[in-house]
Design a protein around this ligand. Structure first.
Ligand code: FES
Ligand SMILES: [Fe+2]
Length: 438
C-alpha cells in the first residue's frame, strides 16, 4: 500500500496548536430536557435541521487510496458512496440507483471499476455518470438524469467529509479553528490500527456526552486517577466545536501520593521509550521528564515533534468536532469516535472506533485492520471503553423514566452545555428556542 495521502499533505497553518484558554461562554444553568435524548419528533428535527445541513465525517483517505476504491457509509436512513476518482479527488454520491431505487453497495469498503446495480444492471462510472442502461431504447422518456445524485465532498486531516446539503458552507468554514489546532499532529503520517462499529443501546448524544466530560472518571474509571489529572482541566468552547486538555503522566488530586510510580504512569513511560526501572525521580516529575525524553529521542525514533508543544507529548488534547466526531489526540497516536444516529430509534446509535498510530519515518505502512461490527456488549472494546459502554444503557433507560427530570449539568460538564447551545443554533436559528420547544 502506498504511503497514505501522499497526494494530500496537511492543509492550513504551519503554526503550533494554540494553547490559550478560550473565553468562557455565557450559557444558562437551566435543566436540559431529557426528551432531547428520547423523543422521536426531536430526532426528526435533528435530521431536518442539523444532520442534513452540516459536514459529516465519512471515512479516512487511507481507506480509499486508489482510483475505484470506495466506502459506503450510513448516516440515519441515508447511505453515501465515497469514491476515489482517477484524478485523485474524492466524490460523494447517494448510494442509490436511479432506476428503481436499489442500494448500489452494502455498507463497507471495496473497489470497483464501475458501479453496476444488481437489480436490472444499470451501470455507473466512478464519476457517477451513466455507463450502460440495458435495453435503453425501451425508455421512450430517455434517462432520468445524468447519473448518481452527487453531494458536496471535501477532505481535511486525512479525513473525507460529505454533506447532504447541496448549499452547505465550505468545509474550511465549518471546521473553523480545528485545522489550526490539529494540523501540527500530521495525521497523514498515522495509520489506522482499529476499525470497529458497535450498535449501542443509547441515543447518539448520550454517547457523545460520555466523552465530553471528565467528571465521570472518578465514577466509572477509578483506575485512570493514577495517571491523569481529571480535575485541573482546561475547557475551551469555540463557536461550534470544543476541546479540553487533560494532563497525562500525572496523578489526580483525588488520590494520595503513592510510594512508587503507579502502573499507568509506568506504561506511559515505556510507550515514550523510558525505562521506569531506571528512573529515580519523583512521581510529580515524570510528566516533564517524559516530555524531555521524548523530545530528545524523537529524531532517532523517526518522529517529528517540531510542531508540537511539550504538553502535546504527554497530554490528551480532546476535541469534539460538532456534532459527532470526538478525538483523543496525542503526539504518537489518536482516536476518533464517531456517533451516528439510528435510522428510526432515538434509543439506539452506532458508535465507531477508529484508532491510529504514528508510522515512524522509514518504517513500512502497515496493512489496514479488519473491520469488526457487533452489538452493544457482545465483545470487549478495551477496559476503559467497556466501562463507558456498560454504563450507557442504564443512562438511556433512566432518561426514559418518569422519575428523571432532565440533565443537571455542572461546570465540569461545560462542554455538554455548549454542545446543546450549538445544537439549538441549528434547530432554532438566530431567533432562539421558541417557548415550549425541547
Ligand atoms: S433498480 Fe437499479 S437497475 Fe433497476
Ligand atoms: Fe469514560
Amino acid at each position: 500500500m502506498p504511503e497514505a495521502n501522499a497526494t494530500n499533505p496537511p492543509t492550513g497553518t504551519v503554526d503550533m496548536t494554540p494553547l490559550d484558554k478560550a473565553p468562557a461562554p455565557e450559557l444558562p444553568n437551566d435543566i436540559i430536557a431529557k426528551e432531547r435524548y428520547t423523543d422521536a419528533d426531536f430526532m426528526r428535527l435533528e435530521w431536518e435541521r442539523m444532520w442534513s445541513k452540516i459536514w459529516l465525517l465519512g471515512c479516512m483517505e487511507q481507506d480509499i487510496p486508489e482510483a475505484g476504491d470506495y466506502v459506503a457509509t450510513e448516516i440515519g436512513h441515508e447511505s453515501i458512496l465515497l469514491v476515489r476518482q482517477a484524478d485523485g479527488a474524492v466524490r460523494a454520491f447517494y448510494n442509490v440507483c436511479q432506476h428503481r431505487g436499489n442500494q448500489l453497495r452494502p455498507e463497507g469498503a471495496g473497489h470497483a471499476e464501475s458501479f453496476q446495480c444488481a437489480y436490472h444492471h444499470w451501470e455507473y462510472h466512478l464519476d457517477g455518470t451513466f455507463k450502460r442502461i440495458p435495453d435503453s431504447e425501451t425508455f421512450p422518456q430517455g434517462t432520468p438524469c445524468t447519473g448518481l445524485e452527487e453531494i458536496p465532498c471535501d477532505t481535511w486531516g486525512s479525513m473525507v467529509w460529505f454533506s447532504l446539503d447541496p448549499d452547505v458552507e465550505p468545509l474550511a468554514d465549518f471546521l473553523d479553528m480545528i485545522p489550526a489546532h490539529l494540523d501540527p499532529y500530521q495525521f497523514h503520517k498515522m495509520a489506522r490500527d482499529r476499525h470497529v462499529t458497535v450498535e449501542w443501546d443509547c441515543n447518539w448524544k448520550t454517547s457523545v456526552d460520555a466523552f465530553n466530560e471528565s467528571y465521570h472518571v472518578q465514577g466509572i474509571h477509578p483506575q485512570l486517577l493514577w495517571h491523569l489529572d481529571d480535575l485541573n482541566i482546561q475547557i475551551d468552547c469555540y463557536e461550534r466545536h470544543n476541546r479540553y486538555i487533560i494532563e497525562f503522566a500525572t496523578l489526580s488530586p483525588r488520590v494520595n501520593q503513592p510510594p512508587e510510580i503507579p502502573m499507568g504512569i509506568k506504561h506511559l513511560m515505556k510507550e515514550g521509550g523510558m525505562d521506569p526501572a531506571d528512573y529515580y525521580g519523583r512521581v510529580k516529575d515524570v510528566r516533564a521528564d517524559l516530555q524531555a525524553h521524548k523530545r530528545e529521542h524523537a529524531p532517532e525514533q523517526g518522529k517529528d515533534y517540531s510542531r508540537l508543544h511539550d504538553a502535546q507529548l504527554t497530554d490528551d488534547f480532546h476535541y469534539l468536532i460538532f456534532p459527532n466526531v470526538t478525538m483523543n489526540v496525542h503526539a504518537d497516536d489518536y482516536w476518533i469516535f464517531r456517533q451516528r444516529p439510528h435510522a428510526s430509534d432515538p434509543n439506539k446509535c452506532y458508535f465507531d472506533i477508529w484508532t491510529f498510530n504514528l508510522v515512524p519515518e522509514g518504517e513500512e505502512w502497515p496493512d489496514p485492520p479488519e473491520f469488526k461490527q457487533f452489538r452493544h456488549g457482545d465483545r470487549s472494546i478495551g477496559l476503559v471503553l467497556d466501562q463507558d459502554a456498560a454504563n450507557l444503557p442504564g443512562v438511556q433507560k433512566g432518561m426514559n423514566s418518569k422519575g428523571f427530570r432532565g440533565l443537571w449539568i455542572g461546570d465540569q460538564e461545560l462542554r455538554i452545555r455548549h454542545f446543546h447551545k450549538v445544537l439549538d443554533d441549528y434547530l432554532y436559528g438566530p431567533g432562539g428556542k421558541p417557548d415550549g420547544a425541547l
